[in-house]
Ligand binder design. Structure first.
Ligand SMILES: [Zn+2]
Length: 420
């Protein structure tokens, strides 16, 4: 929760006190100006964050155990990273909340429904703060009312249990984005962090994509393999999102997007939302962690991960930290590769480690202040903050509306789509 300024003052010197004072005050003024400029931008275009795991944090909280009211979102949770006071300070205007189901959940379809329900209970518990958002236009409606637009995302297609029917029930329950898989390959889509089995996606996977297009649900390519990203972009009729992924060229974790996929976002009209997960931000940390991960960057392999960490520390020193500045580096790189119309922010705050300077949801203005200092225009920062995400949502809605005129709902299960 450190709120220290990212610009450090020069160390005091007895020889040149005036000069040091002057340098320090100039540096502080520049920092203040950038932060003030960032806040003005976020006031006009409050942040549309692509991914936050608060629903899972509430589910596994030892006291609340999924009870939103008992968790108490209206006060600051020092040991976590997301609550109403800090969402307000962070100038968040819209949030995709993740209804996450672990791939190994014993009842994934029920877990998905429970997490969708939990998000809806967040909305119901705080009607003065969260506006249940089901369309792009709800962003402006929430802004006018001084509320945060609450969008529901499902993270992990395992909750479909290899059937197309749940997609329509999810849509009816308010889901407007689906992350196709999590850290494990499913029977129809390959994960970035697991062995491939489907050449990206198979025939059933393509049916999922087609039905998501028809329903007007955003297809999220965070977590899928690079090959799956390419195959989905080949067949989708609507723009895609990578709701929490960075640039592979800056940090070679398989969760990050390669340049060829980023380049194709221009034609597709989609967007990549830069994420704060330290292992996807910092190449030195990625290298440090390599010894404790499998070939796909997934952790941990050891029976006793703590002992394994201690061993790596003994060999390579303490773990390098990711930083706010490195996240800004990724945003610059994503803009280079995909274009400024195709980049957003998808923090992936999950109640765990985050980069120095981005400890919790109150810190978004500081990230934008860094981008102001790096010369991004107000217009471009408004795109990154929310306009790009809203454009994608609007287009996905429009494509869905038009497809529903001609296409019947796709029915069936994995076994009805043979041949891969
Ligand atoms: Zn994720």
């Amino acid at each position: 929760m450190a709120k220290a300024s990212r610009v450090s003052s020069p160390s005091p010197s007895t020889e040149r006190p005036d000069l040091n004072d002057e340098t320090a005050s100039r540096s502080a003024a520049r920092s203040d100006n950038a932060l003030a400029a960032a806040r003005a931008i976020l006031k006009r275009a409050p942040l549309f964050d692509g991914h936050n795991d608060l629903p899972w944090v509430i589910r596994i909280d030892k006291t609340a155990r999924g009870d939103v009211v008992a968790y108490g979102l209206d006060h600051v949770h020092k040991s976590a990273d997301t609550d109403i006071p800090r969402l307000r300070e962070g100038m968040v205007g819209a949030q995709f909340w993740a209804a996450f189901q672990p791939t190994k959940a014993s009842h994934p379809a029920v877990t998905a429904l429970e997490q969708i329900d939990l998000i809806r209970r967040i909305e119901e518990a705080h009607p003065q703060v969260f506006l249940p958002a089901r369309r792009a236009s709800d962003y402006a409606r929430a802004k006018a009312l001084g509320k945060i637009a609450s969008f529901i995302a499902v993270e992990g297609g395992v909750g479909l249990e290899n059937s197309l029917g749940p997609l329509r029930i999810w849509h009816a329950a308010g889901v407007r984005l689906m992350t196709l898989c999590h850290n494990e390959t499913l029977d129809w889509v390959d994960s970035a962090t697991d062995a491939p089995r489907n050449g990206g996606i198979n025939a059933f996977g393509r049916a999922v994509i087609s039905e998501l297009n028809r329903l007007g649900i955003v297809i999220d390519l965070a977590h899928v393999s690079h090959e799956a990203m390419r195959r989905v972009v080949d067949v989708t009729e609507a723009p895609v999102a990578l709701s929490h992924s960075n640039a592979y060229s800056l940090c070679d974790h398989p969760r990050n997007a390669p340049d060829d996929v980023l380049g194709r976002l221009k034609e597709n009209g989609g967007l990549v939302m830069a994420t704060f997960v330290p292992g996807f931000v910092s190449q030195p940390l990625r290298d440090w962690l390599r010894g404790s991960r499998d070939a796909y960057g997934k952790a941990p392999l050891a029976a006793d991960p703590k002992a394994q960490f201690a061993e790596i520390e003994a060999k390579h020193g303490t773990a390098p930290k990711a930083s706010l500045e490195q996240v800004a580096d990724h945003i610059e790189r994503l803009v280079e590769a995909a274009g400024v119309d195709h980049v957003g922010v998808g923090s992936d705050y999950f109640g765990g480690a985050s980069p120095v300077g981005l400890e919790d949801v109150s810190r978004f203005p500081h990230l934008f202040a860094e981008l102001v200092r790096r010369g991004f225009s107000d217009r471009d920062l408004e795109k990154i903050s929310s306009s790009n995400a809203l454009r994608v949502l609007r287009k996905v809605e429009k494509v869905g509306k038009s497809l529903r005129k001609t296409k019947a709902p796709a029915i069936g299960r994995l076994e009805d789509y043979p041949g891969g």
